[in-house]
Write a protein that binds this ligand. Structure first.
Ligand code: SAH
Length: 249
């Protein structure tokens, strides 16, 4: 997916690159049940690493955090240093489609708001081998919350992520892909607004006048704002679900 440079101008220095919160990461971790002491964790599509830091803190484990956008990884490294967690976090520039770790390298494979780059089914399928038997997968993913979404929301997702489906479909998919589901929940709307969209809206207010004479930039800003409004208007018809599942052997 080729994103315009102005997209990264909007999205840089943001706390997160998708809906989420420490509360939701911790809630999902609780669904995982007891983990080994200092578990080995892989955080896929880590972005600037809000959940990476949370995972490292909460588990005392070693978190390998992969992403393909180096500025996000640099952000994460800086945040880890600031939090005194540099020893616990390994940022790695690598595609989620080409993870070369040996089979069974991790106790936990985690991905918040990123598996859609591969597709939920492909990601859950391909990443299973990275888990030790009994290891835990935690994925957050966009889902329909109704069978009859409004046309505007349907059109938006048809263009953004046509594979978006229901919670039930994703639960079935996990079961068919060799996992036992431990639990799932829908992220609260504060995870979308406070965690993600409001910081972006504040950034847009700064960038708009700075790029007043640049129609290409204004188009990027308008698309961002349209996405936020869509959520404000139709966010009861779609959301993000967190799925937690155990590798079932
Ligand atoms: N988990 C983070 C980021 C979510 S946004 C958060 O919730 O804040 C999705 C992330 O996936 C972005 O950081 C993007 O750079 C990354 N990404 C996109 N394609 C990727 C790929 N092929 N491999 C690894 N990461 C990828």
């Amino acid at each position: 997916m080729e994103l315009p440079p102005m997209f990264f101008e909007v999205h840089r220095d943001m706390p997160r690159q998708g809906p989420g919160s420490d509360d939701s990461t911790l809630r999902a971790l609780r669904l995982a049940g007891p983990l080994p002491t200092a578990p080995d964790i892989l955080d896929i599509g880590c972005g600037p690493g809000a959940q990476t830091l949370c995972l490292a803190r909460a588990t005392g484990g070693l978190v390998t955090a992969v992403d393909t956008h180096q500025p996000f990884l640099d952000d994460l490294a800086a945040r880890a240093a600031e939090a005194g967690l540099s020893e616990k976090i390994i940022p790695r520039n690598q595609s989620m489609c080409a993870l070369a770790d040996p089979d069974g390298a991790y106790d936990v494979v985690w991905s918040e708001g990123a598996v859609y780059f591969m597709g939920f089914e492909a990601g859950a399928g391909a990443w299973r081998r990275l888990l030790r038997p009994g290891g835990v997968l935690g994925l957050s993913e966009a889902v329909w919350l109704t069978d009859t979404p409004p046309a505007e929301a349907r059109a938006f997702w048809d263009s953004e992520y046509p594979a978006i489906t229901s919670v039930g479909e994703n639960l079935d998919l996990l079961a068919r892909s060799g996992y036992r589901v431990l639990g799932h929940f829908i992220l609260p709307s504060s995870d979308w607004m406070d965690g993600y969209y409001l910081p972006i809206r504040a950034r847009l207010a700064i960038l708009r006048p700075l790029h007043a004479g640049n129609p290409g930039a204004q188009e990027v800003f308008a698309l961002e704002e349209r996405e936020i409004r869509m959520y404000e208007e139709h966010g009861d018809s779609y959301g993000y679900a967190f799925f937690v599942a155990r590798r079932d052997d």
